[in-house]
Write a new protein. Structure first.
Lengths: 335, 335, 657
């Protein structure tokens, strides 16, 4: 655990703090309070929210380091799970010998979800991968949400050349196939790391948010209260911070939740293309990527794929459902 | 109207220029042409053969501006310069602008020919998938709107979200393992373009693409239709006593279609690119597969040309969509 | 828009699906060109694969394994490896009527007198105006000229020009001429054409390895008509452009290319007029006699058509082999280890199918490189030795090669002169010794005594896929057994090359060398000080005067006890200095189908297709057995869709009326 890991963890905590801040900040407005009262009655949304909280908790356990004496340190999750022994190679869930027709060897312990090629417990790997997913989602969001929101508001509010420049930039970025852009940026950045992956993802992710916010801002600026504020001689900055921002914040929140799910899926995709998480990082994408070869074995190794897919599916599903619920809560007519 | 059209058309070349600049930056900064040459020429490449390779492709020139710096041959023989703009960047841009895509860096084949060959398999894969997917998603979305606000609707939306939450690779791995290998219905791999029997290569990939996109599209279309249902004219029709099914199939479908078709048209040109993952998994020699291999073998010429073509296609789609919108909805012309 | 017959349309699609399925098959191959031969006997096809697209089929240019796999059946060389003799490997005449006659001249130069077999014909091709003409000595001279032509960028020009007289001069002449090589005037002095079938090769100094070069396609005859005809340009009266020569080689081998679908497939068809070689009448190992003896003296090739599909990934190869659609596969990477049991036997399920398993060791050695110019590793021999002792290649081999590849204990692989069967690497895996050595190196328990922290070493690797990532992790864990910390840096292939070129790394994982020819010179040259990157392959940047001196002495000697002594000395020196961690000799299992018995296992050949027979009737039968199609899942799926629809319609009715 070096400084970059700390920085990553810090950014994620900052990201979560940011979300809390958005919610706290927004909760003062009527719209948010109405939405909250609707959300409370939405059972699906509540369950999804709880599920996300669970993922966050597991991820947090893997992020926080505590010293273990003798100068080293380990994450809480690692300490909790340290009783699980390592094996040499594959073993099936709950099997008592390693998974091989050739030389089945007795195992050191039982593994609920089996072990992978290097004998690591799949359940542990799956849980540890929560951190990777959260770092990718959290760090990327922490970069692209402020950028997308501000640029969107600027473009929609100031119009003219600012709008032209911002529109031009995102149309150019949007015209390049997303995967190509991601891969080439990651290749330029060199040595793999989660931070770089977040950076690349945020370069492509801000575009859609920016477009959304720009449109909404344009609609808002035509409303009388903005004209009123302007007539009263309020500064641009004041108008943006006190009038526009609160009125688009709910869109940001919805986009954040739905975008998070896309980022988690994107990590899996990039890992498949060989520009994903670095070696030694537990990640669902890496696990699914390995499954191609594993499934072709005789008999097939299915548990890695299944565990990773299930965990990934759970998080993405919960995020999508919560996003839907939020949308419904904020805009009952359209949801 | 004419003004609007003109503006859109003038905007397009600007965007393309922007795209070309970014791709050039990304792909010539990624790795030096020398490195690429050595990879391609193999284990016994000498400085001389490397230089010849570079020289043949014009990669021995300066990158942006030719202000006297020369990269000379091992024997000290500088390249023949033709002025300030005789550089890799400007030569590349000029070639692309005149639709001379050049030759592949790895195989040395004419790219115009390569793309022509790859476009057909990609279209054969994507077009049926797109059309079938469109009709299925529209049908399902209409159905969900039909039974809106019921448990069936909620379940349908949940299934859609669930379908969206599964990574594309998992669909493909599963489809290949079960349908092609356990059931022996289709070839697990390969492609041939001859007669109707070639269908056997396409049915499985096409259905996989349909299923992959079904959740997302259905949810989107459902939202569009629901929006339509909230419009005044629907209420008027309802007041006049139109039945639910008539309301949906006549009014809502017709008006919703306009929104959908513009959405669909924008993506139509991009179909020619095929699908990176599906083509790669099933060995379909389309442009998607070409691109993945180009990335793996660092064939920059191919990647560059693909990016260029895609952005042009995308911008064509975008412009056509804008024009469609303008024709359908006169309000847009004013802005 | 009227009512959409939504439900009816869907059931129609379903019905159509059923029809299609019943007409469908899972055969991934293209239909053969014919079903019967002109004489009424069945047309026999072999289905094989290539791991990648072919870049060039120009005999003087192609240097990668994939291109060779296609060139070998198409283009015969002057000599060829005896298909049965593999320990040691042996070259025998192919296009030549006999082995070249060597004369040593007084001035130190050497001549080889070569006689071509008369009546060998090029493939029929429009460039000859249809029927192919006879191969003559002038074609060999033309090939050497093409190697000297810088525009062709022949990758081995520098190697051959060192020895063959006149090659450098010819290249110089072209350079003086503005880079244009004039094939009429710029002759290569070293290839002297005596008559239509006889030529003499002049060497500047003794170079016994020249015989191996004669078994490579660089020196194979090329028809000048073909090169001039296939120019990649448009010609009046012809549709489209002619392909370039490198995409349309005109060979003289047992097969002719009739179709090349880019990125997909090659289709090779028997050359009806091929008589250059026949199936050997002896030399096979006893265990193959049952298959080989009946074929002795048989005309080649043994099949009428070869389809080479391009499979870039391993998975489809295994899948299609399992279904019986490929006639042979190499089980190399990936996790097919459960196909093979610990006793190196096929798993019972596949053995029962009649599949056969063989072990094939390539003439190659793989290793990890230490950077000898690194301030830490380069100066500390004990540290390198300690790391070498800490590393257990066996686990890697078990993971990657299903345990089949032998651990490399010396630089040269088996089958090459100088390989010592019972040699033990003193710095092979031995954890106790590793711990002792690292303490002697000044880092007890792998910790830096000054800081008390573990020593940190970086390892650069290329990790593209999931398996590579696992392997890198394995390597890291192994090296960390002595207490040091290893940081793995993943690179793209290009960046890795760049780092190796610049010497910008500490440990480089995954270096290796596959032999051009089975001679110790082709391995020991790797670590000479004149062979530094980027021009050379000495990625370790190992520089040792004694080693260089021994190499100069050993390189061009004839195989003899003295040469063996020198090889042993060099090997011991290299291992003591430890610029590399020896890893393994690449190897894999070959699984051959019951209808495609393996007649040979010669790793210097790229497949040797002309020697491989197929029992087509048996294949048809087995394929049918192995691919049963069950209909119930389809019926169940349709039933499910129908039920869902019915349910939906019911709900609607009850709501809507």
């Amino acid at each position: 655990m070096n400084w970059s890991d700390w920085a990553q963890n810090f950014l994620v905590v900052a990201g979560i703090g940011f979300v809390v801040w958005i919610v706290m900040h927004g909760s003062r407005s009527d719209r948010w309070q109405r939405a909250w009262s609707r959300l409370r009655r939405d059972k699906v949304g509540i369950v999804a929210g709880l599920a996300i909280a669970l993922y966050l908790a597991i991820g947090a356990l893997e992020m926080i380091q505590i010293p273990t004496g003798s100068g080293g340190s380990a994450t809480i999750l690692a300490l909790l799970l340290r009783g699980i022994p390592a094996e040499d190679t594959y073993s099936a869930p709950l099997a008592s010998t390693s998974f091989s027709l050739a030389k089945p060897k007795p195992l050191h312990g039982r593994h609920l979800l089996g072990t992978d090629a290097l004998g690591k417990d799949v359940l542990v790997q799956t849980l540890r991968a929560c951190r990777t997913a959260l770092i990718i989602g959290g760090m990327t969001s922490a970069i692209y949400i402020p950028l997308g929101t501000l640029f969107g508001i600027f473009a929609g509010y100031f119009r003219r050349w600012i709008d032209d420049v911002i529109q031009f930039t995102y149309t150019v970025l949007y015209s390049i196939p997303e995967i190509l852009l991601l891969i080439s940026i990651l290749l330029v950045l060199g040595e793999k790391s989660l931070g770089k992956m977040s950076l690349a993802l945020s370069i492509t992710a801000w575009v859609s948010l920016c477009r959304l916010i720009r449109g909404e801002t344009m609609r808002q600026t035509e409303r009388p209260y903005i004209a009123g504020a302007r007539a009263l001689g309020q500064s641009h900055w004041n108008i943006i911070i006190h009038h526009l921002l609160p009125n688009v914040m709910h869109l940001v929140l919805i986009n954040l939740v739905l975008g998070f799910s896309n980022l988690v899926l994107a990590e899996a995709m990039l890992s498949y293309l060989g520009v994903g998480s670095p070696i030694g990082t537990a990640s669902w994408g890496n696990m699914i990527d390995g499954a191609r070869g594993e499934l072709s074995r005789e008999p097939a190794v299915w548990w890695t794929l299944t565990s990773a897919t299930a965990a990934l599916f759970g998080l993405v599903l919960a995020l999508n459902l919560l996003g839907d619920s939020l949308r419904r809560a904020f805009d009952p007519k359209r949801g | 109207m004419f003004n609007y059209l003109l503006r859109r058309l003038l905007y397009a070349p600007l965007i393309i220029a922007g795209v070309m600049f970014i791709t050039f930056l990304l792909f010539f900064v990624v790795q030096k042409p020398e490195t690429m040459a050595r990879n391609i020429l193999g284990k016994r490449a000498t400085p001389q053969t490397t230089y010849d390779w570079l020289h043949k492709r014009g990669y021995d020139k300066p990158l942006f501006f030719n202000v006297g710096q020369t990269r000379s041959a091992p024997d000290g023989h500088p390249f023949a310069s033709r002025g300030l703009f005789d550089t890799v960047f400007f030569n590349q841009m000029w070639k692309l602008a005149t639709f001379d895509l050049g030759v592949s860096d790895v195989s040395g084949r004419e790219l115009n020919e390569v793309f022509r060959e790859g476009a057909l398999p990609s279209l054969l894969l994507m077009l049926p998938a797109y059309v079938a997917g469109f009709f299925m998603a529209t049908g399902l979305a209409l159905y969900l709107v039909f039974v809106r606000n019921s448990a069936l609707d909620a379940a349908g939306v949940f299934v859609c979200v669930a379908l969206m939450s599964i990574p594309a690779m998992v669909y493909i791995i599963f489809g290949q393992a079960v349908v092609a290998l356990s059931l022996n219905y289709f070839p697990a791999f390969g492609f041939e373009l001859k007669d109707w029997s070639s269908m056997r290569f396409l049915l499985l990939p096409v259905s996989l693409i349909v299923v992959m996109n079904l959740g997302h599209d259905t949810r989107l279309y459902r939202a569009v239709f629901l929006e339509e249902i909230g419009q005044d004219y629907v209420r008027t029709a309802q007041a006049k006593g139109a039945s639910n099914s008539r309301l949906l199939l006549v009014h809502v479908l017709k008006n919703g279609m306009i929104a959908l078709i513009t959405f669909v048209v924008a993506h139509l040109p991009l179909l020619i690119l095929g699908s990176l993952l599906v083509e790669n998994f099933f060995g379909i020699p389309g442009l998607g597969n070409l691109l993945i291999n180009a990335i793996h073998t660092s064939d920059l010429a191919v990647v560059r040309a693909t990016t260029f073509l895609t952005s042009i296609l995308y911008i064509i789609g975008l412009t056509v969509t804008d024009i469609c919108y303008a024709l359908v909805d006169p309000r847009i012309r004013l802005s | 828009m009227k009512k959409i017959p939504n439900f009816r349309a869907r059931s129609l699609v379903g019905a159509l699906g059923v029809c299609l399925l019943s007409a469908c098959s899972n055969d991934p191959h293209s239909a053969p060109l014919h079903t019967l031969r002109p004489d009424g006997s069945p047309w026999v096809v072999r289905y094989s694969y290539l791991p990648d697209e072919v870049r060039s089929l120009d005999p003087q240019v192609s240097y990668d394994m994939v291109s060779r796999m296609v060139l070998e059946p198409v283009q015969d060389c002057l000599l060829e490896y005896h298909v049965m003799k593999t320990d040691p490997y042996e070259v025998v005449p192919c296009l030549l009527a006999a082995m070249p006659e060597r004369t040593l001249n007084a001035d130190g130069t050497v001549d080889y007198l070569c006689k071509l077999k008369p009546g060998v014909l090029f493939h029929d091709d429009p460039c000859f105006g249809r029927p192919g003409r006879e191969v003559v000595a002038g074609d060999i001279h033309f090939s050497f000229q093409r190697m000297c032509d810088a525009r062709n960028a022949c990758p081995v020009f520098a190697n051959l020009a060192e020895y063959v007289a006149g090659m450098k001069e010819a290249a110089e002449a072209a350079k003086a001429n503005g880079g244009a090589f004039d094939y009429d005037t710029m002759k290569v002095r070293g290839v002297e054409v005596l008559d239509a079938h006889t030529f003499k090769l002049h060497l500047l100094q003794p170079y016994p390895q020249i015989l191996y070069w004669m078994a490579m396609h660089f020196t194979a005859p090329v028809a000048r008509e073909a090169v001039e005809y296939y120019d990649g340009k448009e010609h009046a009266g012809e549709p489209g452009t002619r392909p370039l020569f490198k995409f349309h080689p005109v060979g003289n081998g047992p097969f002719q290319i009739v179709e090349w679908k880019r990125g997909q497939r090659f289709r090779l068809v028997r050359n009806e007029r091929y008589h250059t070689t026949v199936f050997p009448s002896g030399g096979w190992p006893p265990e193959r006699a049952a298959v080989d003896a009946p074929l002795a003296g048989h005309a080649l090739p043994l099949v009428d058509e070869v389809q080479l599909s391009i499979f870039r990934e391993l998975l489809p190869i295994w899948l299609l082999t399992r279904q019986g659609y490929l006639d042979r596969m190499g089980v190399q990477k990936d996790a097919v280890n459960s196909v093979v049991t610990s006793a190196s036997e096929l798993a019972p399920e596949y053995a029962a199918r009649g599949m056969k398993l063989e072990k094939a060791v390539e003439v190659s050695t793989f290793y990890m490189s230490f950077n000898m110019q690194d301030p830490l590793l380069g100066q500390n021999k004990k540290l390198r030795q300690a790391l070498s002792c800490a590393y257990n290649p066996q686990g890697f081999i078990d993971l990657l090669y299903g345990g089949v590849a032998p651990v490399a204990r010396q630089l040269v692989p088996p089958g090459v002169f100088g390989f010592q069967k019972d040699f033990q690497n003193p710095y092979g895996f031995n954890l106790e010794k590793a711990r002792r050595l690292i303490a002697e190196a000044g880092y007890p328990d792998g910790r830096d005594p000054k800081t008390g922290q573990p020593l940190e070493i970086t390892m650069d690797t290329v990790a593209a896929g999931a398996e590579e990532r696992q392997l890198a992790e394995y390597e890291q864990r192994q090296l960390e057994q002595v207490g040091v910390r290893v940081r793995v840096i993943e690179n793209t292939f290009a960046r890795m090359t760049e780092k190796l070129d610049q010497g910008n790394f500490q440990i480089g994982a995954g270096s290796g060398w596959g032999a051009d020819y089975p001679d110790p010179e082709n391995f020991f040259f790797l670590f000479t000080s004149t062979n530094f990157p980027p021009a050379g392959q000495n990625t370790s940047r190992f520089k040792n005067a004694e080693y260089d001196r021994l190499f100069a002495q050993m390189a061009t000697m004839e195989n003899s006890p003295e040469r063996l002594e020198l090889v042993k000395k060099m090997n011991a020196l290299l291992i003591e200095e430890c610029p590399i961690i020896l890893h393994f000799n690449k190897a894999y299992y070959l699984i051959s189908q019951p209808w495609a018995p393996l007649t040979h296992l010669n790793m210097m050949l790229e497949g040797g297709f002309k020697y491989l027979p197929i029992d087509q009737a048996l294949r048809e039968k087995k394929r049918h057995e192995w691919n049963p199609v069950s209909r119930w899942p389809l019926v169940a799926a349709l039933g499910f869709v129908g039920a869902a629809l019915g349910c939906g319609i019911y709900v609607n009715r009850s709501r809507n009326v």
